[in-house]
Design a protein. Structure first.
Length: 90
């Protein structure tokens, strides 16, 4: 059985975290936000909203592609849990 780790951001139990302690989903969100912030003049709320929209799109595409093989991939469940738990910013 694979070792479980806890993401430092979302606090979910996941199979892998990166060197900064983030799961795949949180890392993609943080990277999108950082790139948007560095390359635009958007305000913080707009950066968060755009990063969330991009993350949702890419995670949906990844899930769809991983499910094509008909096999259960552990990352699919992690991503689905992340997307289910994400609430739109107010």
């Amino acid at each position: 059985m694979a070792q479980e780790h806890t993401c430092d951001c979302c606090k979910r139990s996941v199979q892998l975290v990166n060197e900064t302690g983030l799961c795949f989903a949180c890392n993609t969100f943080h990277m999108f936000a950082m790139i948007i912030k560095e390359n635009t003049e958007l305000g913080d709320d707009e950066v968060v909203e755009l990063a969330g929209d991009l993350q949702e799109h890419i995670l949906s595409e990844l899930i769809e592609r991983m499910q094509l093989s008909g096999q259960e991939h552990p990352l699919v469940m992690e991503l689905l849990q992340t997307m289910k738990g994400r609430e739109p910013p107010h």
